[in-house]
Design a protein around this ligand. Sequence first.
Ligand code: BTN
Length: 270
Amino acid sequence: MTERRLTNSSDAESLVLRVTGETFVRTVEVHEELASTNDRGLALAQCSRTELPCLIVAHRQTAGRGRGGNRWWSSAGAITFSLLLKPDLDRLPVARWPELSLTVGASVCQALRPLVGTADLRLKWPNDVYVAGRKICGVLIEVAPSPTGMIVVGVGVNINNSVKTAPPELQARAVSLCDAVGAPCSQQDVLIGVLRSFEHHLELLCDKPDEMRQLWREYDLLIGRSVMVGDEHGTVSGTCEGIDDDGALLLRTEAGTKRVYGGVVQSFED
Ligand code: BTN
C-alpha cells in the first residue's frame, strides 16, 4: 500500500486508511487542490512504479474536465476523484472497453441506490447518473497513451454541495445527494461505496457480462425517448431503442437503426 497525503487533515488520514483497507485500491493520493484528478492520473500512468489501482482525490479542482470538452463544476462538499487502473486484457480486451463506461455508471447507481430511497435513479448513456431527472454524477474515462495499457476513470458526485450554490444555468439540471435526501451524507462513505461497487461490477463485466448488461438496461434513462447525440463530426437524432451488448446506443432514425459508440447526448425528451 502506498500513501501520498498531500494535505494535512485527519480526514485525509482516515480516508487513506479506509480506502486501502476496504477497497481494491492500492495507492492513494489526497490533494487539497489539483487542476484535474484525471490529468494527475494520466501523468502518473507514465510512471511505472505506481501500484495499481491508484486513487487520486482532490478537495478542489481548478480545471475539472467533463466529456465533450466541457468543464466540470464542483464546490466544497462534492467528491472528485480518478482511479488509475490497468484492465486485464485477457479478461477484458480493448474492444470491450466501451462497456466500461456503462459499468462505471451502473456501479455508481448501485452505490447510491440505498441512499436515495424511492427516488428515480437512472443511468444516462454512456455514464451519467441522474436522480429525479437531474444529474448527480458525471464520469470521464480516458485511455492513457500506449503502451501503458492503463485507463483513468474520473468521477464527480455532488454530495453535500447543494446545487443552490451552483451557477444558475446548472441549478435546473443538477442535483446533490443532500438535496435529494434532505440531509448531509458522508462523502467518505459514498466514495468507499462507489469504489466497492465498481470493483464488484468490473468482475461481473469480465465473468458474467450478461448480468452486467441487464443491470445497465434496468437503469437506462433514454430508452423510448427522442435523443440527439453529437460529436466533432456532427449529430445524430432518433428514438432510443436501448443499449446493445457492446455498449452501443441504438437509435431508430429514418435511415434505420444507428449504433452510436461515442459523443455527448445533447438533448433527450419523452
Ligand atoms: C461529464 O459529466 O461530462 C464528466 C464529468 C467528470 C468529472 C470528473 S471530476 C474528477 C475527474 N477529474 C476531471 O477533471 N474530471 C473528472
